[in-house]
Each structure stands twice: as C-alpha cells, then as structure tokens.
Design a protein around this ligand. Structure first.
Ligand code: FES
Ligand code: FES
Length: 151
C-alpha cells in the first residue's frame, strides 16, 4: 500500500492503494467517480476509458502506480445539470440504450475531437472501433459525434 498523488478533473487527489490497483478501481472506489465503467476488465471493451494527458486510455489495464499525467473522467466533461457538448449530443441523438458503453464512447470521441475537429464518418467509426456496444446503438452514437463536431 502506498499513497499516490493524482490530478483528476483538474483537482489534486490523494489515494492509498496497492501499486497494481487498476486506475479504474481507484477512480470508482476511492474517489467515487462512477463515469468510468467496469466492462471486461481486460482492455477489450472500452467501457472504462478515461483520458490521461488528453489521450484515451483503458483504466482497467493501467495500474495506479503507472499513471503519469492529468486524468480526466466523464465527470470532467460536464455534469447532469450542465452536460458538455458531446454529452448533450448523446442525449439529443438518444445515443444510449442501456448506456453501459456511453462512458467509453464519449471519452474516446472526446479525444478524437480534440485532435480532429471535423472527423469524417470513417474517422469516427475507426476511432470507436475498439469500443463495444451490445445494444447496437452505433448509428446514433456516430450521429451524436457528428452533431458535437458541428456545434
Ligand atoms: S473494462 Fe476496460 S476495456 Fe473493458
Ligand atoms: S447502449 Fe447498451 S452497451 Fe451501448
């Protein structure tokens, strides 16, 4: 067990955890940030995606001791009262059915839009190819990302 100083959504946070604890567990269990979801725990579904220094990473596969840089979670993009641009676009396009994949879809899309303000549909689909949605809302998710890109 060791103490780790993290910066999460712009705020300094201190957590006590074993060095191999996945960042996902630290965010959800220590810091009560429930945006990132546990899906597969194997880096294969994308439900746990967060940003580290603006890059989309799978927090289930990243030990807390290996985190180097600022962390942004879904909560850092907006709130229920004040949703961010992508979050609002997902609401407007009704891009969630069960919603379990939405965190990963939004965080991966946010990283895409940060490096490419106007992605083509192919670029959106390529960026999201590793994010799984069991409900089949892919068309609406792509529409939501397009909407966010155009606003
Ligand atoms: S829970 Fe991390 S990729 Fe599936
Ligand atoms: S909306 Fe259910 S997994 Fe994507």
């Amino acid at each position: 067990m060791a103490r780790y100083a993290l910066k999460v959504n712009g705020k300094p946070r201190s957590v006590d955890a074993d060095s191999d604890t996945p960042l996902l567990y630290v965010l959800r269990d220590n810091l009560a940030l429930r945006g990132p979801r546990f899906g597969c725990g194997l880096g294969q579904c994308g439900a746990c995606t967060v940003h580290v220094n603006g890059e989309a990473v799978r927090s289930c596969m990243l030990p807390v001791s290996a985190v180097k840089g600022d962390i942004t979670t879904l909560e850092g993009l907006g709130s229920v009262a004040q949703p961010g641009k992508l979050q609002q676009a997902f609401i407007t396009e009704q891009a969630a059915q069960c919603g379990y994949c939405a965190n990963g879809m939004i965080m991966t899309s946010a990283a895409l839009l940060a490096r490419n303000r106007n992605p083509s549909e192919t670029e959106i689909r390529d960026a999201l190819a590793g994010n799984l949605c069991r409900c089949g809302t892919h068309q609406r998710i792509v529409a939501a990302v397009k909407r966010a890109a155009s606003t």
